[in-house]
Design a protein around this ligand. Sequence first.
Ligand code: SF4
Length: 388
Amino acid sequence: CSETQNMNILSINLENPAQPIVFDGNLPLHATQCIACGQCAVVCPTGAVAERDDVPIVMAELSRPAGQRKKMIIMTAPSARTSLGEMMGDAIEDAEIGTTVAACHAAGFDLVFDTTFGADTCATLEAAELIERFRSNGPFPMFTSCCPGWVSLVENKFPHLRHNLSHCKSPMMMLGAMIRHWMSEECKAERSTYYVVALMPCTAKKEEITRPELRGPLGDQDVDVVLTVREMGRLLKARGVVWKSLPGPHSPRYDPPFDVSSGGGALFATSGGVMEAALRVAYTYLSRESLTRENVDMFEECRRIMRSGDWLSTHIPLTPGTRQRREIDIAVVSGSRSIQDFLIDQQLSDPFMAAMLKQPKHFVECMACPGGCIGGGGQPQSLDDLAL
Ligand code: SF4
């Protein structure tokens, strides 16, 4: 069960599969080895497994009477901003970001920001960290850290790899911190006067926002609530938003200042995207060239390799034709099963073997959901079961 509050758990005993471990108490999710990726909810054929429903909490905030109402802010993830449209009945080719923005405004949100802004920031900082690790000789591999399901897997099963995780927050948490800073410095607004919702393809992010190390200076959260795409569909229905009546392709864009983003940030939606976005930035740092169409095309082969399966490994020259030629070994893995197979294959699953490894890969992207966030545990299942 992917409920994040109380639940009964039947867990497979890997030592003796015939004797499952039964936890018959009401355990909080963090007391189990569940990584909260929500894949169980996506594949459950009866709908018996579902994420914790946070729609009523957001409905209550949106329905506060004037005078008690907080400024309502929502940020939308790169993969969720179009999958919402698909869920609401748009053809895939017609799914339009502007319609999602218009829907958020129609539901009562005052400001709609683009999490892709945070993704660009994340790619920039990860590239800088990768280069710094080359200068200080590791630790390698550097693992991406933007997927909370993967981070939980490391903490639960491979704690010896914690120091290999990038120090960067996820795009959602980066943007949450930037919104707090902007509201405080530019808008002179107290934290208690605004409410931040994140529309995500992800159930693990419901747990991520509560992590103690990601809270603000007074222990409060940067992001108040995470809604999955499925929950957002229910919220829009409850708020009486009629999708087909929303403005079309020329509908409103995101609100400033968090409305600008690059194609690199948008790549975060899919497996291999975090890697490519960070490598593009690393390329500009190392070569001192600005990123042109030709330079982006240089990653085409890399992109083709990265997108062609769920466990990929390649060796790419990062700065061809320059004095600072730097070849880096990368790997892209998605799906928690594939990640564990990869760690075993690379001798990283065992603390002793990992410490002895002579030539580890330099940079590894791990996403807990198959195909990355576009296959996330909070994405739409089917049009029928949403009954929209
Ligand atoms: Fe969430 Fe994306 Fe990670 Fe899946 S791959 S757990 S959707 S961040």
